[in-house]
Design a protein around this ligand. Structure first.
Ligand code: SF4
Ligand code: SF4
Length: 103
């Protein structure tokens, strides 16, 4: 699954350097897109069996396969909670942003 990549914003120096049509090349973002998230998914590694169902269901494509388990790109996770809802092992908890773990 494709997911956005973070790229440093380089302000065009000349009007001719601005792209025509869409703002920037597809697949890249120049800033994190998660500042408004109120809850974030936290994986309980001992419960996770690596079925990757959450990976398939995440609408943002920000769950990464890491060895036999998963990792979450918090720079782009919107905190929708779908991953926690679909996990058959209840291995993902939605924790309040800025709570005991913070980001
Ligand atoms: S759905 Fe649950 S058990 Fe499966 S990989 Fe994701 S967190 Fe682990
Ligand atoms: S909370 Fe939503 S956006 Fe974030 S990892 Fe889970 S499914 Fe993806």
């Amino acid at each position: 699954m494709n997911r956005p990549l973070l790229r440093k914003y380089e302000k065009p120096k000349h009007i001719n350097d601005y792209p025509v049509g869409p703002c920037f090349e597809a697949g890249y973002l120049v800033t994190e897109n998660s500042g408004w998230r109120t809850k974030k998914p936290v994986v309980v590694k001992d419960l996770c069996i690596g079925c990757f169902y959450c990976y398939m269901c995440c609408p943002e494509g920000v769950i990464l396969r890491k060895e036999k388990l998963i990792d979450i790109d918090y720079a782009f996770c919107k905190g929708c909670g779908i991953c926690a809802k679909v996990c058959p092992k209840k291995a993902i908890n939605m924790e309040r942003e800025g709570g005991k773990d913070g980001i």
